[in-house]
Design a protein around this ligand. Structure first.
Ligand SMILES: Cc1cc2nc3c(=O)[nH]c(=O)nc-3n(C[C@H](O)[C@H](O)[C@H](O)COP(=O)(O)OP(=O)(O)OC[C@H]3O[C@@H](n4cnc5c(N)ncnc54)[C@H](O)[C@@H]3O)c2cc1C
Length: 315
């Protein structure tokens, strides 16, 4: 057997790296804070779009090949990071880009307002474990803030759960020649274009309505600017999901190994998987920012090659 490698994160990038490394006879251990492997493929993308048993089978195949999975384990300075640093010859950070962008407006602290990933994770856990839903859209007026794929996943899930109404606040105007979403719902019936939330209005501590405004997006050589038009309106909202993108990895996972993401370097150059510590590597969304499954898999494979080279040179 060759050297020991710890991979933090069992999403597609971590799994792709694990497969190559275990095939080359390295001793691979994967850690995840979640109770099931798969990263966003398990707890982000809804079951109706991606069957969870396929992800579990993939993890089982890796286990059969010799990969060890340690789940339900949050890797940080306060937990197992020091142990991992001592016990392993190389560490690969494949921790994703889970740091969600928030909306800082009046009333954000009210009950009933959640990040998209909290909602999607809760729904998948409910489907897989039969656990009670913590966030249930049934008979509720649901508003999703954001117009991307994550927002669409929330729309489809809320419709399936039996929401009373589902509306999506999309800051951009309708795009010409846009691709149809994966789901059956009619985007134009759900979306309010060029609208954003400016205030959450409460009833006894829980969100009840959203005050929204019409916006114009100005794109020029100075960048992108959002101009509020002062054409306010109200919309019923018993449940709100914030789906306006991700800022990058949660710093704690990187800090656990005393490394930092150098955005100028890591996000721009798609061939850099190293960090300022010679035996700590980074790949997937943790390195490049929220992206696509195909890039995550590609990054995992490339990072595995870089780790192999590093470990071979130590022999
Ligand atoms: C809701 C949603 C829907 C998407 N839909 C699509 C789609 O349809 N098609 C597509 O191509 N892409 C989609 N994407 C993007 C795609 O899922 C990601 O690009 C991909 O999963 C990134 O893979 P990754 O391995 O880098 O990270 P992730 O899949 O994010 O996995 C990271 C893993 O690291 C674990 N982790 C993080 N920190 C720690 C820690 N400190 N200790 C232990 N474990 C830790 C997490 O629990 C997680 O399991 C979607 C993204 C989202 C958010």
């Amino acid at each position: 057997m060759k050297q020991k490698i710890a991979i933090i994160g069992t999403g597609p990038s971590g799994m792709a790296a694990a497969q190559i490394l275990v095939q080359e006879d390295y001793q691979v251990t994967m850690y995840d804070k979640a109770d099931r492997p798969g990263g966003i493929l398990m707890y982000g993308i809804p079951h109706m779009k991606l069957n969870k048993s396929n992800i579990l089978k993939k993890a089982e195949r890796l286990e059969d090949m010799g990969v060890k999975f340690i789940l339900d384990t949050y890797v940080s300075k306060d937990t197992v990071a020091d142990e991992i640093s001592k016990d392993f010859d190389a560490v690969l950070l494949a921790t994703g880009a889970e740091h969600a962008r928030d909306i800082s407006i009046d009333g954000r602290q009210l009950k009933g307002i959640h990040f998209a990933m909290e909602y999607l994770t809760d729904n998948t856990k409910h489907l897989l474990d039969g656990s009670k839903l913590d966030i249930d859209a049934k008979d509720k007026n649901v508003v999703i803030i954001g117009g991307g794929d994550t927002a669409n996943d929330c729309v489809a899930t809320a419709i399936l759960q039996g929401a009373k109404t589902v509306r999506q606040l999309e800051i951009n105007p309708p795009r010409e020649n846009r691709k149809k979403t994966y789901y059956d719902f009619n985007e134009d019936e759900v979306r309010l274009y060029q609208k954003t939330a400016v205030k959450f209005i409460e009833s006894e501590g829980t969100v009840q309505k959203i005050e929204m405004d019409h916006v114009e997006i100005i794109r020029d050589e100075n960048g992108t600017k959002v101009e509020f038009q002062d054409q306010k309106g109200l919309i019923d909202a018993d449940l709100v999901f914030v789906a306006i993108g991700f800022l990058g990895p949660i710093d704690e996972a990187l800090a656990a190994f005393d490394v930092k993401l150098d955005k100028a370097k890591h996000n721009r150059d798609t061939t850099i998987f190293t960090t300022e510590k010679e035996n700590v590597f980074i790949c997937g969304d943790a390195r490049r920012g929220q992206s696509l499954i195909k890039w995550a898999i590609g990054e995992g494979k490339m990072a595995a090659e870089v780790i192999k080279e590093y470990l071979a040179a130590l022999d």
